[in-house]
Design a binder for this molecule. Structure first.
Ligand code: ADP
Length: 551
């Protein structure tokens, strides 16, 4: 694992324009105040005159600050630890020993913070390994070293207590405090919530309210122990709910709140654990709180892992879709060449016609030809735009449009082709057809392909005729293009819509395959058949506007 050097977090410097010394002074003051305050609070939980506190959150405060803000906070930590040692032991502890105690506290915390960085700990607690790392580092380095020195100091200061008797008490007190306070500081200061949903605050407030109520009832001293003890476990479902539904900051805050109320109550002799005597009661309570914190952190981490796996799967799918689109990009560029070929042919014939009309001075006809030329150029540009949009994963806008308005531009554009090929066009389009919701240029592309194929199949045949009609079948409109050409050899019908299937000189075999996918993307179907009297018939359906609105 790559080692991350401990340094002041970039966020702290870059987020504000304040000078570094001001920032450092601010964080140092915060650390000293908090360290000292939680140490005083820890005093409440000192069961006897030997001064072994049963909960010691100060080490956890130090670990969080040094992990988050770097070693530049070590001097402030030294001051805080010195102040606390002096406050606790006064003149009882000789100076060299006091310095040794403070030094060991600093060393344990610095070592712990270094290990967390080294092993890639994340203060978001989104992975099980983060929970494991905090416990391991807290248990071995931070609390382990601090407890060793603490127990040694106590053993030296008092002749009645041996090191082995006190070490594990000090260790447990440190670890318990660390488990309660470090996650809160880490999650709020190191991984602030990114745009939480509005209901997060409501949910968080309701959970804090419920937990506060339960804890206050349990530790009010009003309930008998047999009633209060089982009720004290009611905080578990609340923490579990928070871990599964709320940002991790809410869960860590709830755990700290539950722990503070329970420990303070028990320290003052209230609640179900109080009757056992301070030493035993705090040990039992610590066990319960330890399990509570573990439950909250482990559930949060499991949820984080599940969400990360879901995000990875989503990203993977998006990448696949994009890769799929890009792989069709090869087909797409061939398709683009195909689709552009037709408008370009039309444009060329209009341009040539315009030239002739200009030479003959037929200005009215020239005007019409130029209008068609302009419309054709726009169509070509729109085709290119839509294909680019397709490659970028966007679908073109769909509008409600009458079938006549869909057919007219295509028939207008192809008029010269019909004349040139001497093909008669029979159209039957009932006037009051319901509208369809489509991307018009795409449907025009389909029509253009079918009509051009029919024109090409009819080339050079006498009595050539194309029939075009629109009819209604249930909730769909069907558009049919029928010609009286040679028809499709039966053996080719099965592969007619495959990309690059062509039996035409100079053909690309893409028109029908593109047309089918365009029709299908609208929820319709494109089919081909031979007509018994001779010729081919292509038919495609489009869902009607109101049918679509109902589904
Ligand atoms: P292309 O026209 O570039 O060959 P298409 O996918 O449009 O590609 O058409 C594929 C093949 O289907 C054509 O080569 C042709 O053999 C056949 N085909 C299409 N329309 C007709 C039709 N109206 N009559 C006969 N054959 C047709």
């Amino acid at each position: 694992m790559a080692t991350a050097p401990i340094r002041l977090s970039e966020r702290s410097f870059s987020a504000s324009a304040r000078p570094a010394w001001l920032w450092l002074a601010g964080r140092s003051a915060m650390l000293v105040a908090l360290y000292y305050a939680v140490a005083l609070w820890g005093l409440v939980f000192t069961p006897d005159a030997h001064g072994i506190p049963l909960v010691w959150p100060a080490t956890g405060v130090g670990l969080a600050f040094v992990y988050l803000y770097g070693w530049s906070l070590l001097p402030a930590l030294g001051i805080a630890a010195g102040l606390v040692t002096w406050r606790f032991t006064g003149t009882m502890m000789p100076l060299p020993e006091a310095i040794g105690t403070v030094g060991a506290t600093l060393a344990g915390i610095a070592l712990g913070a270094r290990a967390l960085h080294h092993f890639g700990f994340s203060p978001r607690f989104e992975r099980l390994r983060d929970v494991g790392l905090l416990l391991l580092v807290g248990g071995l380095a931070a609390s382990g070293l601090a407890a060793t020195v603490g127990a040694w100091g106590i053993a030296v200061g008092t002749e009645t207590l041996r090191f082995s008797d006190t070490w594990w008490l000090c260790w447990m007190a440190d670890l318990m405090g660390l488990m309660l306070i470090t996650p809160v500081l880490m999650t709020w200061l190191g991984a602030p919530m990114v745009r939480p949903a509005e209901h997060t605050y409501t949910k968080g407030a309701m959970l804090i309210g419920a937990l506060g109520l339960v804890s206050l009832v349990v530790y009010s001293g009003q309930l008998s122990a047999p009633l209060a003890m089982p009720l004290s476990y009611a905080v578990f479902p609340l923490i579990m709910l928070a871990a599964l539904r709320c940002p991790v900051q809410v869960t860590t805050t709830l755990m700290l709140a539950a722990g503070t109320i329970a420990l303070s109550g028990t320290g003052w002799g209230l609640g179900p654990f109080a009757d056992m005597g301070l030493g035993k009661s705090l040990l039992s309570l610590n066990a319960q709180l330890g399990l509570l914190v573990l439950t909250g952190l482990v559930l949060s981490a499991l949820r984080g892992e599940r969400e990360a796996a879901e995000a990875r799967a989503r990203q993977h799918l998006e990448e696949l879709a994009r890769a799929g689109r890009l792989s069709t990009l090869g087909e797409l560029s061939a398709g683009l060449a195909h689709e552009l070929n037709q408008p370009l042919c039309v444009l060329t014939s209009y341009a040539q016609a315009s030239k002739r009309l200009l030479e003959r001075g037929q200005l009215d006809a020239l005007r019409d030809a130029l209008i068609q030329l302009d419309a054709g150029a726009h169509r070509a540009a729109e085709t290119v735009r839509q294909m680019r949009a397709f490659a970028a994963g966007q679908s073109p806008e769909r509008v409600a449009i009458a079938p006549t308005d869909l057919l007219k531009p295509v028939l207008d554009l192809l008029q010269p082709e019909f004349r040139r090929c001497k093909v008669e066009l029979d159209r039957s389009i009932p006037p009051r057809l319901p509208r369809v919701r489509v991307a018009p240029v795409q449907v025009e592309q389909v029509l253009m392909n079918l009509l051009r194929n029919a024109l090409e199949a009819l080339e050079g045949r006498s009595g050539a005729r194309i029939q075009l009609w629109v009819d209604r079948t249930g909730r769909e409109l069907a558009i049919t293009v029928r010609d009286n050409g040679p028809g499709i050899p039966p053996g080719r019908l099965a592969s007619l819509f495959d990309p690059f299937a062509t039996w035409k000189e100079g053909g690309m075999g893409l028109g029908l395959s593109i047309s089918r996918s365009l029709v299908e993307s609208h929820g319709g179907q494109l089919t081909a058949a031979n007509v018994p009297e001779g010729g081919a018939e292509f038919r495609f359906t489009l869902p009607m506007e109101d049918a679509r609105a109902r589904t």
